[in-house]
Design a protein around this ligand. Structure first.
Ligand code: HEM
Length: 404
């Protein structure tokens, strides 16, 4: 399925009844009174892109300067590194301006978030990887953008770059001079700006989109809800099996994402100022838009197959059922994930007892402990191998769309 042509994508879509998926967001009605800016206004984030970055990147692409920028960026890794020499002057000026945390960033909260990430790391690997990663394939605009952009043709490399983002975000010094997350965010923001210039030039993409320019502020918020808001909600739910999460930790985890959104160019007036506001925005903006697309079905299959590169000690059926378990069967059905009812029984009975034992709520080691432990350690290794300094895959700005 990896090399689906547009024609076969559409044929498959028609066969599955998926082509006419409605993914047009309704008019925005979320008031910014629940945002960091706190202003009671209603601006539509579907029509807000990145005025600071987009014209600059478009001009660099048109002038053929991005390959040299990518080369220069190879040595720009840590937040405390000097900006690389030899960048186009306009890019240097831009980076000097944006290369700072927002005035409202709180280092104490970011430190608490880092400790929380460390303590929760196993659950986070699982939820980001199997939950958020697969959920992104049922966000129609995102699935189509990813599929038709350059990286869509090489999902292994794309996943590796996304791991770099997650790894850098979760590092204890993510936002400090020795960490890398701020630099990685700038590279990602520039990548998104490049996609905004490139995808509208793709005929296949234009054939499936409902919006002239991709990756608006609204789209980025939706993806945030599939990451931070979703993971927070799952962790809250799993408290019934002994997971501990203090109010201060919840606030810190949100704060980390608020700063991350700011670094991606999302306006303060759209960034939720509490989990309640985030949930409200998510209910309103993410939930109604979730839907299958031929592109998303293909991407989900590729992503789930990628994890076969490490031995998770489980069958393919178990892995697909676990994705269903953390995401709902509705999403699993959309993505045509095969059923394995025996594995499902094992997961439903075994996962709660695994968490309870890990968190000290139950003194008895469940029989299936080894199975779950190997599974989530395998997922963690997949992530960590990628994020280790030996194979940290740098984020590069694309210069073309999906070839072919
Ligand atoms: C690229 C993260 C939102 C579409 C990337 C990359 C990262 C990233 C780390 C660089 C890795 C790569 O090139 O594959 C994020 C985060 C988001 C977000 C953290 C929100 C919190 C979105 C949204 C869309 C999108 C909303 C589309 C609707 C893309 C595309 C690429 C990309 C098409 C380029 C792939 C290529 O190289 O061709 N994103 N993204 N992203 N992102 Fe995002």
């Amino acid at each position: 399925m990896e090399n689906l042509s547009r024609r076969s994508v559409l044929t498959l879509g028609a066969a599955l009844g998926l082509v006419a998926v409605a993914d047009t967001p309704k008019a925005w009605a979320w008031s910014s009174s629940g945002s960091i800016a706190g202003t009671d206004t209603v601006t539509d984030p579907w029509d807000v892109w990145d005025d600071d970055t987009d014209p600059l990147v478009a001009s660099l692409l048109d002038a053929g300067q991005i390959p040299a920028v990518n080369t220069a960026f190879a040595s720009w890794i840590r937040n405390g590194d000097a900006l690389p020499a030899g960048l186009p002057p306009a890019l240097t000026t831009y980076l000097r301006r944006v290369n700072t945390l927002p005035s409202w960033a709180d280092q104490a909260k970011l430190d608490r978030a880092a400790q929380f990430n460390k303590r929760m790391s196993m659950y986070l690997f699982l939820l980001y990887g199997l939950g958020s990663g697969i959920m992104s394939t049922v966000i129609p605009r995102e699935a189509r953008n990813v599929y038709w952009s350059e990286g869509g043709a090489d999902m292994k490399s794309r996943a590796a770059k996304t791991f770099t983002y997650g790894y850098d975000l979760s590092a204890p010094d993510a936002f400090k001079a020795t960490g890398s997350f701020v630099v990685t965010s700038h590279k990602t923001r520039l990548t998104h700006a490049a996609v905004r210039h490139l995808l509208p030039q793709s005929a296949p993409w234009r054939g499936v989109t409902d919006h002239p320019i991709p990756i608006s502020n609204g789209d980025i918020l939706i993806t945030f809800h599939s990451l931070g808001t979703y993971v927070h909600r799952k962790l809250l739910d799993w408290r019934r099996w002994g997971l501990r999460m203090s109010a201060a930790e919840e606030e810190a985890y949100l704060h980390m994402w608020q700063v991350a959104l700011h670094l991606l160019g999302v306006r303060d007036e759209f960034i939720p100022n509490s989990w309640a506001a985030a949930e409200e925005q998510s209910r309103y903006a993410l939930n109604p838009l979730l839907a299958p697309t031929p592109e998303g079905i293909d991407l989900a299959d590729i992503l789930l197959n990628l994890t076969s590169s490490v031995d998770l000690g489980v069958t393919r059926g178990f892995q697909r059922e676990f994705a269903r378990y953390v995401l709902t069967d509705r999403i699993g059905d959309w993505l045509r994930l095969p059923r394995d009812y025996i594995s499902r029984g094992v997961i439903e009975a075994g996962w709660p007892t695994y968490v309870m034992f890990r968190e000290g709520l139950s003194p008895l080691m469940p029989e299936t402990f080894g199975l779950f432990d190997r599974f989530i350690r395998g997922l963690a290794m997949l992530f960590l191998n990628n994020g280790s300094s030996a194979s940290h895959t740098p984020i590069t700005i694309p210069v073309m769309n999906r070839p072919g």
